[in-house]
Design a protein around this ligand. Structure first.
Ligand SMILES: [Zn+2]
Length: 246
């Protein structure tokens, strides 16, 4: 299978440099194009994603990602976490991604978002580890407390969001749903996604808005709170609420 290839603005040590959220979304879009089976499928199948993302080339640097979904995962402090991406110089050209399969066995949407988040670390953090091998094994983990200010975590979250719910698809689907519900678009279009209509959820029927969020979440295979965050980040549906990160 060919390498999944992606490139972005970076420093000589492989660190992402000056990437805006839109840049991160574009990287996610490039990867999505290379791993999806069916162009129009909204929901990324977990098995296909990890099967396809084993050999990757980031900014010209080729390496392997090995996945483990079978075992419980803990962070450095011994606390259970949903996923972790690790690098150890003992295996200089590979990155290990462990996802807490046992913990997420009955939570498919959370499993999908954890995998997408970890891919964010593989794409944006692993190149730096490969180019400047750390003295000790390093890792980034994904836990249930999403309130983080760590730029690497925020970036992995943005990547996750756009990989699973790309703005280009979401704007079309939202518009379609809104039409069905006879919802008028807001006067001011999205400030974030050029050319996209936005909707003012505060002026619309609450139940109808909730139904749209539910339908979109279902078709993309993510949770409703995940979908609310995406609609908010892309300024497609304005609700005036401040949503939690996932
Ligand atoms: Zn993380």
């Amino acid at each position: 299978m060919p390498f999944v290839q992606v490139a972005y603005r970076h420093s000589s040590t492989g660190q992402p440099s000056g990437l805006t959220p839109a840049d991160v979304w574009q990287v996610a879009q490039r990867i999505r194009v290379q791993i999806r089976e069916e162009r129009l499928n909204r929901c990324l199948p977990v098995e296909v994603v990890i099967d396809r993302l084993t050999e990757i080339e980031v900014n010209g640097l080729q390496f392997e990602a090995s996945w483990d979904l079978e075992h419980p995962v803990k962070n450095a402090a011994g606390k259970p976490v949903m996923g972790v991406t690790e690098y150890d110089v003992a295996c200089p050209r590979c990155v290990m991604v462990s996802v807490n399969g046992p913990m997420l066995a009955d939570a498919e949407t959370l499993l999908r978002s954890t995998i997408a988040h970890e891919i964010g670390h593989v794409v944006f953090d692993a190149p730096g580890w490969l180019l400047t091998p750390p003295a000790r094994p390093v890792f980034s983990s994904f836990s249930l407390s999403p309130k983080t200010r760590d730029p690497r975590e925020l970036r992995a979250n943005e990547f996750m969001g756009a990989l699973l719910a790309p703005p280009s698809l979401l704007k079309v689907d939202l518009q379609r749903q809104a039409k069905r519900q006879r919802m008028p678009a807001a006067v001011r279009p999205s400030r974030v996604i050029s050319g996209a209509s936005a909707y003012d959820g505060r002026k619309l029927d609450r139940d109808a808005v909730e139904e749209i969020i539910f339908n979109l979440a279902e078709s993309y295979g993510v949770s409703e709170s995940f979908m609310r965050v995406r609609l908010d980040r892309y300024d497609l549906l304005r609700t005036g609420d401040s949503w939690d990160a996932r």
